[in-house]
Write a protein that binds this ligand. Structure first.
Ligand SMILES: Cc1cc2nc3c(=O)[nH]c(=O)nc-3n(C[C@H](O)[C@H](O)[C@H](O)COP(=O)(O)OP(=O)(O)OC[C@H]3O[C@@H](n4cnc5c(N)ncnc54)[C@H](O)[C@@H]3O)c2cc1C
Length: 486
């Protein structure tokens, strides 16, 4: 459909202000957080619908005229999921940004799809409730986190976003609006369309509203930072913690080189460099802070009632020390914990200017240690920095493929790699290792455009065929988020 005709038809649906067609304004919507420009594509036009009815009308028009439609939430995705790969209409959710109800009796919140995580956390916290999933970028929208089944560091205790979604309003590709689920926990009434839609990456329907379960907030939390000499000892501690029924809110592993880069980037010290003012357990009684030469860390968050948090923190500290931890630093004050977590969340920003891709491998938790060791072998062999950190408690390892190598054994920005050649090679090797260990290509980010080429390595033909036939029935013209996943 010609630009002017399409713009006029969309203006008739959403109003003149809700249609964006100027090329310079569309540029922002041609990509997500994936770094390489190779995936960029401009939409023909972007629209801001006001409700599900507007989206229904847009999809009916798109079906009639064979125009691709792509939903875009916060654009924080890391695999090109919201990139309008075939142009066409891009749906924005800025006008669907209301928290419709906080139901304190049923511990549920009903929100429109464009509400961002930051606003959801603030709203439910004000009502004395808690939404546990915590994907790292809180400008992500509810529609986006449902469509990718996002995870985050707290998934080890609470599971992914899927575990909290009870109901959805969805506009199907041909324009029908359906309401799935409701304010109940159990549901065995027919196939679970809810769970089919969650994680479908905007290819089966456009989410406009979600009913989400909440829990009571933890009374206390404490954050343990545990330095080790080797990644092996650090990650090996994780199954010990899990087996001993001391389920923390989060267990992350972090490497010292990534911490050093973040220190340079932020101009701030890693908050446990000096032991004060955190409590400290040590194998040798010294409390002088993290020593030089420490290579790897576990970062563990424990939550619950005050006594419980203290008891579990001590038990975990003991398990870590028995597994060769050098020290255990326990921050239980709010300020120090906030400082540690803020530093942790700056790591991505520190990597970003030189990071090609953040991988999202998931393996059984007992295999994380072996997988990470193989990543470091690949790093040495191909002389490209592959800092790896992630959610040790649920097997999700994020290797960052960087654009530079090493000088005197240390990562160094001045050593520019011929990364265009090395990148696909190390990427293949890391995915091969994940497959060998019974893992998957994505634990939480989704497939989008960027990880498509690995789908057939991890899923057999019959599973992919099953998925494609569902897509074919729901969206026979293939207009909704085309070119994704398969
Ligand atoms: C610094 C940083 C840290 C991150 N940490 C984590 C983490 O810990 N865990 C994690 O899981 N992810 C993480 N991510 C990735 C990202 O935040 C998540 O994938 C998030 O779910 C994307 O939400 P979004 O609103 O930005 O979606 P977008 O990027 O806009 O879109 C993602 C996908 O959802 C679809 N979509 C968006 N809205 C809708 C809708 N209303 N209906 C249907 N489909 C829709 C899009 O078409 C696309 O396929 C991180 C990203 C960054 C930049």
């Amino acid at each position: 459909m010609a630009d002017d005709k399409l713009i006029k038809a969309l203006q008739d649906i959403v109003g003149a202000k809700g249609v964006i067609s100027e090329k310079d304004r569309l540029e922002d919507y041609s990509h997500d957080e994936f770094s390489l420009p190779t995936i960029k594509n401009l939409p023909q036009v972007a629209v801001r619908p006001n409700n599900a009815d507007d989206i229904s009308k847009i999809l009916k028009l798109a079906n009639k005229e064979n125009i691709p439609v792509t939903p875009r939430g916060g654009g924080t995705g890391l695999c090109g999921g919201c990139v309008p790969a075939k142009g066409g209409i891009l749906i924005l959710f800025d006008n669907l940004n209301k928290v419709l109800e906080v139901d304190k009796e049923n511990l549920m919140v009903v929100v429109e799809a464009g509400v961002i995580l930051k606003d959801l956390y603030a709203c439910v916290e004000k009502e004395g409730l808690f939404f546990p999933p915590h994907p790292g970028d809180d400008t992500a929208t509810i529609g986006g986190v449902v469509a990718t089944n996002a995870g985050g560091s707290r998934a080890v205790k609470h599971g992914t976003v899927r575990n909290f979604i009870r109901g959805l309003e969805v506009v199907l590709p041909q324009g029908d609006i359906i309401n799935i689920g409701g304010k109940f926990i159990k549901n065995s009434t027919g196939f679970s369309l809810l769970h089919l839609l969650i994680g479908s990456e905007g290819t089966l329907g456009i989410i406009t509203k979600a009913t989400i379960s909440l829990v009571a907030p933890p009374k206390e939390t404490s954050t343990l930072v545990v330095p080790y000499n080797t990644i092996h000892d650090a990650i090996k501690t994780v199954p010990t913690i899990m087996k001993n029924n001391a389920l923390p809110l989060a267990i992350e592993f972090i490497e010292a080189d990534a911490i050093e880069l973040t220190e340079k980037f932020t101009g701030k010290d890693w908050p446990v460099k000096n032991a004060n003012p955190v409590r400290h357990y040590s194998a040798n009684g010294s409390a002088s802070g993290v020593s030089n030469g420490t290579k790897e860390y576990l970062l563990i968050i424990v939550d619950g009632e005050k006594d419980e948090v203290e008891r579990i923190s001590e038990a975990i500290a003991d398990m870590c020390l028995k597994n060769n931890a050098k020290d255990v630093f326990v921050a239980d004050g709010k300020t120090k914990q906030k400082e540690i977590l803020e530093f942790r969340s700056q790591m991505y920003e520190a990597m970003k200017p030189n990071c090609i891709e953040t991988l999202d491998i998931v393996v059984p938790i007992s295999e994380v240690v072996n997988h990470v060791e193989v990543v470091h072998k690949i790093e040495k062999e191909h002389k490209i920095w592959l800092p790896t950190y992630g959610h040790a408690g649920d097997g999700n390892a994020h290797t960052h493929i960087m654009k530079f190598g090493f000088k005197d054994g240390r990562p160094d920005f001045s050593v520019k790699k011929d990364w265009q050649q090395v990148y696909p090679v190390v990427r293949d090797l890391i995915h091969e290792d994940a497959k060998k260990r019974g893992g998957m290509v994505s634990g939480e980010h989704g497939i989008g455009l960027v990880k498509k080429e690995y789908l057939a390595d991890f899923l057999d033909e019959k599973q992919i065929g099953f998925m494609k036939s569902i897509k074919g029935i729901v969206d026979p013209k293939g207009i909704l988020n085309p070119d994704k996943i398969f």
